[in-house]
Design a protein around this ligand. Structure first.
Ligand code: TLP
Length: 348
């Protein structure tokens, strides 16, 4: 059966143009800095983010980890949202591998951190305290519903941080969704921060990879950390080639995923037994819950949906996340709405 796979935009497979570019890619040993395709991707990435340099890494997780470790020493503290991917879903890497302490602040409904909360969290110069070094933001914000922050917010937090001697790292796994929905360039969001990781392997459809961007000095440090983390990938130009196609051709079409996310939400709103977290999704994600009268739990409903050809992300006992991407068309959206309707009919 051909599934409509809404579990994540990480499930996206490479496009035919990517496979062709991968087959033809010129390669070299990237640990020596000699892979021309990777070098080209890194230059493109740095330019698009408004930074001096870029570093191709295996994943968003590795980009965030190498980035945070390049900013922080052992015993330093990173201020992070309590719903941030770096805090929730990266296996605690910054603490486990870097000895970096985290201070978690409440993410607001839109994924932002309040400046007052940040101010109050900055540690005094006291031997009892870790040293506040870094603020980590996320844009778009996954657990907050694919919500986005404006260029103005990015600028305000960065100026605030810099005035207090702190740096800012942005987990921009889906920064292009945030840029496209606001009709701004990615550098308007990434320009003010000190470093940014963005992913090629989510809505942009590349099979592997993310790029960490920052100043030349910062990327020099991150390069050593990438090696330490086992991320020196040698002839990985075959992967970077897909990333180049992703940047060249897949960014502006993300607005189609946003439109389909809104259409899907609109359709699901009419299905009795479902409650949407946001009636109008901000970007490409739809979060929803089962209404109290529905007897089955989310896992059971997801099993039922699977029999109907739909793969839904289960995020809790009674909640789901549905993510739109390149491989889901209007027909997939319609099928999903009717599959939910039928699955819920059978569980009342
Ligand atoms: N997110 C995945 C899961 O890990 C939850 C998903 O399906 O959405 N930052 C953000 C904001 C992310 O959403 C993700 C992946 C990452 C970083 C990590 O990227 P990878 O999977 O490449 O390590």
């Amino acid at each position: 059966m051909e599934f409509v796979d809404l579990r994540s935009d990480t499930v996206t497979k490479p496009t035919p143009a990517m496979r062709e570019a991968m087959a033809k890619a010129e390669v070299g040993d990237d640990v020596y800095g000699e892979d021309p395709t990777i070098n080209h991707l890194q230059d493109m990435a740095a330019e698009i983010m408004g930074k001096e340099a870029g570093l191709f890494v295996t994943s968003g997780t590795m980009g965030n980890l190498a980035g945070i470790l390049a900013h922080c020493q052992r015993g330093d503290e990173v201020i992070v949202g309590n719903k941030a991917h770096t805090f929730l879903y990266e296996a605690g890497g910054v603490s486990v591998l870097g000895g970096v302490h985290s201070c978690q602040l409440p993410n607001q409904f839109d994924g932002s951190l309040k400046l007052d909360d940040i101010e109050a969290a900055i540690r005094p110069d006291d031997p009892h305290d870790p040293i506040t070094r870094l603020i980590c933001l996320e844009n778009t914000h996954n657990r907050c519903g694919g919500t986005y922050q404006t260029p103005n917010y990015m600028k305000r937090v960065s100026e605030f941080a810099h005035q207090r001697g702190l740096s800012v790292h942005l987990d921009g796994a889906r920064i292009f969704n945030a840029a496209v929905v606001q009709r701004v360039e990615a550098k308007a969001l990434a320009g003010p921060v000190d470093s940014v990781t963005f992913c090629l392997s989510k809505g942009l459809c590349a099979p592997v990879g993310s790029v960490l961007c920052g100043s030349k000095e910062f990327i020099h440090k991150a390069h050593r950390l990438r090696k330490m983390l086992g991320g020196g990938m040698r002839q990985a130009g075959v992967l970077a080639a897909a990333g180049i196609i992703a940047i060249q051709t897949m960014i502006s079409r993300l607005s189609e995923d946003h439109t389909r996310a809104r259409n899907l939400a609109q359709g699901l709103k009419q299905v009795s037994g479902l409650v949407l977290d946001q009636e109008v999704p901000a970007t490409n994600m739809v979060f929803l819950k089962l209404a109290p009268e529905v007897k089955s739990g989310a896992k059971e409903i997801a099993e039922n949906l699977k029999m109907r050809g739909i793969l839904a992300g289960v995020t809790g006992e009674r909640s789901f996340r549905l993510v739109l991407h390149y491989w889901i068309d209007d027909d997939g959206v319609e099928k999903t709405v009717s599959a939910f309707r039928n699955a819920l009919e059978h569980s009342k």
